[in-house]
Structure formats: C-alpha cells, structure tokens
Design a protein around this ligand. Structure first.
Ligand SMILES: [Zn+2]
Length: 117
C-alpha cells in the first residue's frame, strides 16, 4: 500500500528534522494535492497501523488537507482551478501548467509544551 510508505517517510523525515523534539510531536498536518493520489482515509489507516509498531506515536494525531489542482493561464495571467480533469481556463484557453496539486508536504507540526521549564 502506497500510503504506508508515505506515512513512514513523513515520520522518518520528522525524526531527522527534530531529533530532540520528535517525541513531543502531538499533531502533524499534511497537505496533499489532488494529483498526488493521496487518500486521506488511507493515510489515517496507514497511520493507525504504524502506531501499533511505534508506540511513542500513540498520542499523535495526523490531519490530511487536500489541495485543489491549480493551473496557470498565460492569457489571463491567473491561476484557475482544474475540476474533473478539465485543464481549461474560464476564458476557454487550455493550459497544463500545473502550479498546485502535485505536492505532498508537511504543513504544520504541533509540539507538546514542555511544562518543566
Ligand atoms: Zn484564461
């Protein structure tokens, strides 16, 4: 399953980026473009499965936000939203210059407040 490796990679990246604070992560927000083929429910399922292996993640929450597909129209010099795979601007000009929709990124990390300081 594609999502399992996605979730694993995300937490591996977090562990590398925040070696000291990794254990204090309480929430991770992920942004996924509609073209990335990420299914939020499958991410949640994969994350639940990962929790059973990595018990320190048991209090962590994951939220997936889907980003619409945006393409750039050279005539209007504006971005337009691609719906139902129609890469056509409201002005009628077709464009396949995708500016958003393929990304998969960590957009927000919440850490547990350290009360001992
Ligand atoms: Zn246009």
């Amino acid at each position: 399953m594609h999502e399992v490796s996605v979730v694993r990679n995300i937490f591996k990246a977090l562990e590398e980026a925040y070696p000291k604070r990794y254990e204090r992560i309480v929430k991770v927000e992920i942004e996924a473009g509609l073209l990335s083929n990420i299914q939020p429910i499958l991410i949640q399922n994969a994350f639940e499965a990962l929790k059973t292996e990595e018990t320190h993640l048991s209090d962590v929450e994951v939220e997936v936000k889907l980003l619409p597909i945006l393409a750039y129209c050279t005539d209007c010099q504006n971005n337009f939203e691609v719906k139902y795979h129609r890469f056509v601007c409201t002005c009628g000009k077709p464009s396949s210059k995708i500016v958003q929709g393929e990304e998969l990124q960590i957009s927000k990390i919440d850490f547990k407040q350290d009360k001992s300081h």
